[in-house]
Structures are given as structure tokens and as C-alpha cells.
Design a protein around this ligand. Sequence first.
Ligand code: F6R
Length: 610
Amino acid sequence: MCGIVGAVSERDVQGILLEGLRRLEYRGYDSAGMAVINGESSLRRAREVGKVAALADAISANPLSGHLGIAHTRWATHGEPSQLNAHPHMSGERLAIVHNGIIENYQELRDELKTEGYVFTSQTDTEVVAHLIGKNYQQEGNLYNAVKTSITRLRGAFALAVVHADEPDHLVVCREGSPLVVGVGIGENFIASDQLALLPVTDRFMFLEEGDIADIRKDQIKIHDRDGQAVERTITRFEHGSDSADKGEYRHFMLKEIYEQPRVIKATMEGRITETRVLEQALGTSAANLLENVRHVQIIACGTSYHAGMVARYWIEDLAGVPCSVEVASEFRYRKHVIQPDTLFLCISQSGETADTLAALRQAKKAGFRAALAICNVPGSSLVRESDLVIMTQAGPEIGVASTKAFTTQLTALLIFTLALARHNGLSEQKEAEIVQAIHLLPGQVSDVLALDAEIEAMSKAFMDKNHSLFLGRGSQYPVAMEGALKLKEISYIHAEAYPAGELKHGPLALVDSEMPVVTVAPNNDLVEKLKSNLEEVRARGGELFVFADRAADVKPEEGIHVMQLPSVHEITAPIVYTVPLQLLSYHVAVLKGTDVDQPRNLAKSVTVE
Ligand code: F6R
């Protein structure tokens, strides 16, 4: 969603803010803006529709130098993308604010402020907050108190950063439901919605808790919690290299992140498995206790993370023999559910800030689940902080909006978790060793698939002028087909649907003709012969098939059947390996179509609003 960044420093903050916005642009990118205070004399603002580059051009023509500033990159919720709706929003000429999240009671507050004479220039919920703080500032004469009083009136989710030209030495920030991190510098301090924005200036971060309000000066950070108590928040160091937010030699972040998979899958397994065993302790000291009596697993996630959960269901039921349900968070949170005894609640999220997933977790904690486990990629995120047990994926920052390495590392972590759970449910040592050995082979197998890149690129040409496509898989490959279809639609804008191959003749077969490419993942498992029959059904209707198949599966290329042979892999780890060619296929189709691969239209990386 939107991204915010702020800085107070001895040096000019304009460059820091602009670089922060560039790094946050993956979150939202329909407009961007910045407000900078230069001494007590002035607060100046620039806002542009489009990408951060447009703002950078405007600022280079008309610099906004100063030692205190806030900036924002927007993903529209209230009001179209336009200069007037872009942040920062102001109340009068001296107060400016940036906001992430949604103010649910904004209409009521807007009506109230209008009757008091406040004039609105935008359609946003944020401008309402600006005027509310502006009004309270007039009464309190102090920015910190004005923010504190104002937020008691807000319903919804927000992270705010506020500055006032009469108080040019600090910014006031707060969070309730949207992420906010303080970057700790030397003689300068920063804030942002994501630590990634601040990596060029610091690697030390404090994560604000829900309800925190903070006064940030260049040499001092004061935080109070929701009850007004002064609190210290632990400083953590960022662990990944600060160049993670650079594309390096790659044309797009997405391609870089696809290629990082052998390394990050290895990082995710490291320290958690020996040659033959899962180290349960490495999942947390309470893991053994929590897993001992789990009788049911409820998985909750959104999008790509949901697909990871769908794969995990096959593993959990197959290896641990524990019933497992999987549901998208936005559905789960709005229905009555029956909680089976001793259910483990498992949330999967790359960002750890997805609003629906967090809302489901918060409900679950009240509803009496046995414990909450999170599989997450962002240390310090809300999901991590609010769960009983956490398995961090080690994907490093994922910048491309289309999730790639987060998915395969989620699967790696989920498989390790499954083995730990299965051990409590009678999985033999021999079977555990067999699968752990297969996990060790993953980095090499993924590298082997990456070596097919040029062939996959050649294959992608067949999709360029198509409007629709079908993805087929069976068993644990069905969610892989779903993930492949999601990747293709989100970055190439080609309509793609996934079906379990056995469902084909129950309806979708009617769509098949020469204009409907059919992509199939076919590892060598018990279902491969059945899958081959499904392929015949497609071929008989003139459909063109693109099959990613195990060498040993013996799928023969012929007229209308393009076969790409993949290395032989263990049936259990196959979903991880078979995801990779589908990522590459989507990537190359999108590049050929000339779409904005890393920032596809209408999407945002971290969906922190409902
Ligand atoms: C698709 C994609 C999204 C996310 C979804 C959940 O490529 O990235 O579908 O997977 O928005 O996000 P997280 O995992 O951050 O909860």
C-alpha cells in the first residue's frame, strides 16, 4: 500500500527522503509527495502524479532543502490518483502530514470539520486527519499533544508522520494498525513504513507497537504507549546486506529475486535441519510443547501465501496425518467458524502486515485456538510480534510486487514445520531422513531449472498475443498451477485460470481451442498417468499444451505439445521446483508484452488495508 518516510537531521533531508521513496515505491505508485521544513521560516511541499521519478524531476527543478521532512508514495484508496489527493496533506500553511492506512470514520469527521469552517481540497481520508490535528494544535499549542488528542477520534488503521513549521526540530509519529519503524542514526533519526526505505542511512531499527506515539528529534527518540507510559522499544539490527534493494545486474527485481531462490531456500533450511533430521528446537523453544498435541491445523493467508498454504495442506495431511484446513483471510475473518479442539492457527505472510491476515489472527487469538504460528519474511512485522511461534523465511527483502522467492521459502519453511509436526504423529525416522535429504537437494535442483531460462524465454513467445490461458496440475501441483496462473495474470495481464486437471471435463474444456494455451506441471508421481489422459483431452480439442514434466514421466513432445523436461525430484519437494519455471514463463511473457514487471498496474506489495 502507501509508503511513508521521514527524517530529522543536521544535513539536508531531501535526498534521504527521495531515496526512501524510491525504495518504497513497490508498495504503491500512483503519486508521490514530500514536505520539508527549512528553519522556522517555511514549510514547502511538492506532489506529483505517477512514479517517484516524476517527483524527483519536480524537486530537481525546484529543490525543497531543509533539515526536517516527510514524504509519501501513494496507492489510492479514497479518491483517484491526482496531485490534489497526493500526500503530504496540509492544514493551513504550516502543518503537514503523511498517512498509511484507512480512517473508517473519515466522513463523519469531515462533515464535522466542514461545519467548523475547514475547507477540503482533496477526497482523501488523510486530509481529515490533517485538519483535526490542525484544529487541536490551535487549542494545545503543541504538536505532540495535538496528535495525541486527535488520534483518540480516529477509527481504522493508520501510521502517521506529522510536522509543523513552528516546531522545526522534530516530527511526531504514531501507529495503530499500520506498520511504522524508527531508524536510529547518529545525530539524526528517521521513520518509515518499512525499514528497507532507510537502509542507505541506518541499519538500526525500533519497531513501534500498536498505539505507540513517538517524538523524533535528531538526538532523541521518546516513545509513549497507548496508556501514556514512557516506553523503550528494542533496537534491532537489519541482517541482510543493504544492497538487497538494488537490482544489480538484473533488468528487474522480479528476475533478480527468481535467481536468488537457490541461495534463500538454502538460508531458510540452514540451522533447522541436519543431514537427516529436523531440529525442532530451531523452530523455537516452545515448539515441542506446542506441536505435541496439535489435532488440526487451520492455515490462513492471502494471494501467493495462500497458495503456499494449499501446498502445505497436502504435506500436513500426508506426512503428519493431521487434518488441515486452508482459507483466504478475507473470507475467514467474516464468517462464523467451528474451532476443532487443539487447533494450531498458522498464518503465512511475506510482509507480516497484510490487514486481512492480521485481523484473522487477532480474532483467532480471542477464539481459543491452541497457539498461533507465523511463517513470515519480515522480522519485527506485526504478524511476527503477535504470534506465539514464528518461523522466519530467509528470503530477504522482496521488492517485485509479484511474489517469487517469498513463496518458495515459505514452502521450504512449511515443509520443515510439517516434518516437525509429523514426528509427533508417528512419522518414521526413515521417512523423515528421506525427505530431509530431498530438502537438501532443493538449491541445486532450482539452479538446474534456472539454467532452462533461455528455453523458457523462447516458449514465452507463444503467449504474447493470447488473451486467456489455463494452468493444470493434480494433487500438490494444483496449487502450483494456481500460483503460476496468478503470476501470469498479475504481471502480463493475460487472463489465467488454474484447474485441477481432473476437473477439466466438468466445464473448462469448453474453452479449449488453439487460442487458449494450456500450461501443465507434471512431475513423476502417482497421478502422472491420469494427467497424461487429461492432456490428451486438451489435445483432441486443438488446445496447445506447454508441459513442464519430469524426465522420467515420459511425456512426449509432438505437434501442439511442447515439453520442457525438468530434473527428477522427490514427489514431496516437487511443488517448490515446479514453481520456478512458471515464474520464469510469466516474467518473460510480461517483458515481451512490455508491462511494468516490478510494479504491475493496480497492485501494491504490502496490502495493509482491507
Ligand atoms: C502475488 C502477491 C500477493 C501476496 C498477497 C499476500 O504475487 O504477492 O498475492 O501474496 O498480497 O501478501 P503477504 O504474503 O505479504 O501477506
